[in-house]
Design a protein around this ligand. Structure first.
Ligand SMILES: Nc1nc2c(ncn2[C@@H]2O[C@H](COP(=O)(O)OP(=O)(O)O)[C@@H](O)[C@H]2O)c(=O)[nH]1
Ligand SMILES: [Mg+2]
Length: 460
């Protein structure tokens, strides 16, 4: 992508979160950065020459009044070895609203422009230092809440997914070159064997299809897994939710049918984000509110990644438990036999007859077995994932890769049938390459860029 001319102005923003803090970092990027710093910064040691990359202690002052604003550390970093590949200045000021806004005011007074959200990173991309996948992963790094999410984001920032997409592109380009040669030199005696491209193309298609289907997992990585707590009334579902998240979140009573709405809490198990959803007990409803609650349970059960089916260990397995089982039997589930502090009346052989292998005995009241329950939830969710495999996490990537897969599929089928039109194959491959470029940003419209970078915060 060409570097557009409009990136040559100088932008500035507060890069740390707003509000009070120990320090606040103000960033300036663009050709006037150094000049602006010289106008507003007085180093303590007057003789010091501003070397690129050296932090200097001094004062930011208002050039109009010569009054000092704040004591700061300032650094100038010379292009192109910087974040944006432009000249950059960072001012580490005291983290308070007064200092931040006054320093911004004097910088803007020297002709810099307030940066748009994500504009620093957009410049990194436009200046060709990173591709669009990497730029998007900058946002993912910032938004990461778990170790695993962070690991993926940093790997993708380093180019792990970009490398894979480039490999697809190379395969398509090779095939396209051969096809175009066969179009350009139809009568010449060069023997162009297009069939040798079917294997790499089919393999690329399979890898792309795997990536498309990884979206579900990728989405879970970012947004978390959904775990539905189901069971008949009064088995202790709400008590378990409270005990697992260590909060009095759901109302617990000994009146059956207390929980009617869905109550959701987020729990982190070994760095995995899990949304626990407490539900109305499933039974024959006694009124419309309860009926609606039960309808929602059924709806959510279909969407959930895992169901925790709660049984009351102090009661025999009942008809009502069986009613619950009928609703959830087709879904992935584990069982918690609750109230282990009371005398056991349930016969666990019933679980064996229902072909349920994963269960723990626990007590929401005493906390017994809760760690084990968390471990069981964790390992059952993990089973749905191939650890550390390449994942796509955005719907944009999924949609584009689906299109690429269709293009390749057409090409491979035509090649295999031997009755192909080279022009049509070339058209499909050109289109596929164009789509891949939308992922890496080479052929991306300004609208898409706008949409992506507007999700960033100002100052990044
Ligand atoms: N002894 C004992 N009582 C429990 C335990 N868990 C829940 N209960 C009690 O069982 C009743 C129903 O609990 P609740 O969480 O509202 O059940 P839900 O209807 O399934 O949500 C309440 O009186 C709780 O105090 C437990 O582990 N041991
Ligand atoms: Mg409840």
């Amino acid at each position: 992508m060409e570097t557009p001319a409009e990136t040559v102005d100088t932008i500035c923003a507060i890069s740390t979160p707003p509000g009070e803090g120990g320090i606040s970092i103000i960033r300036i990027s663009g050709p006037d950065s150094r000049h602006i710093l010289e106008k507003i910064f007085r180093p303590r040691k007057k003789t010091e020459k501003p070397e690129s990359g050296t932090l200097r202690l001094g004062y930011v002052f208002d050039p109009a009044s010569e009054a000092d604003i704040d004591e700061v550390l300032a650094v100038f970093m010379k292009a192109p070895g910087t974040y944006t590949r432009e000249d950059i200045v960072e001012i580490h000021a005291h983290g308070g609203f007064g200092a931040q806004s006054s320093i911004m005011r004097v910088i803007l007074g020297q002709g810099a422009r307030l940066a748009d959200p994500g504009e620093f990173t957009k410049r990194v991309f436009l200046n060709g230092r990173i591709d669009l996948i990497q730029a998007e992963s900058v946002l993912d790094v910032i938004k990461s809440e778990t170790d695993e999410e962070l690991k993926y984001a940093v790997d993708y920032l380093k180019g792990r997914l970009s490398k894979k997409v480039r490999a697809f592109r190379d395969i398509l380009k090779n095939a396209l070159a051969a096809i175009e040669a066969s179009i350009d030199f139809p009568d010449e005696d060069i023997d162009i064997d297009l069939s040798e491209h079917t294997v790499p193309l089919s393999r690329a298609k399979k890898d792309i299809d795997d990536l498309v289907s990884s979206y579900y997992e990728g989405k879970r990585l970012k947004s978390g897994f959904e775990v539905l707590i189901a069971g008949r009334t009064n088995v202790g579902k709400s008590s378990l939710l409270n005990a697992l998240v260590l909060k009095e979140r759901a109302i617990v009573t000994d009146l059956p049918g207390t929980t009617r709405d869905l109550i959701e809490e987020t729990l982190y198990i070994k760095g995995m984000k899990v949304h626990l959803i407490d539900t109305a007990g499933i039974r024959t409803p006694e009124n419309v509110v309860e009926e609606e609650g039960i309808r929602r349970v059924k709806e959510r059960a279909a969407e959930a990644d895992l169901i925790v089916w709660v049984l009351d260990g102090s009661q025999p397995y009942s008809f009502e438990d069986q009613q619950v089982y009928e609703v959830i039997k087709q879904y992935k589930k584990i069982v918690i036999i609750n109230k282990s502090d009371l005398t056991r009346k349930i016969d666990v052989n019933i679980l064996i007859s229902l072909d349920i292998k994963s269960y723990v005995e626990a007590s929401a009241k005493t906390g017994f077995g809760l760690d084990e329950a968390k471990t069981l939830i964790f390992s059952n969710l993990l089973k749905t994932r191939r650890r550390n495999s390449l994942l796509i996490t955005t719907i944009r990537h999924r949609d584009i890769l689906e299109k690429v897969s269709r293009n390749i599929d057409t090409v491979v089928k035509d090649l295999e049938n031997d009755g192909y039109h080279a022009e049509l194959l070339a058209f499909e491959l050109h289109e596929a390459l164009h789509h891949l470029g939308e992922i890496t940003g080479e052929t991306c419209s300004e609208d898409i860029l706008e949409m992506i970078f507007s999700q960033f915060c100002i100052g990044k």
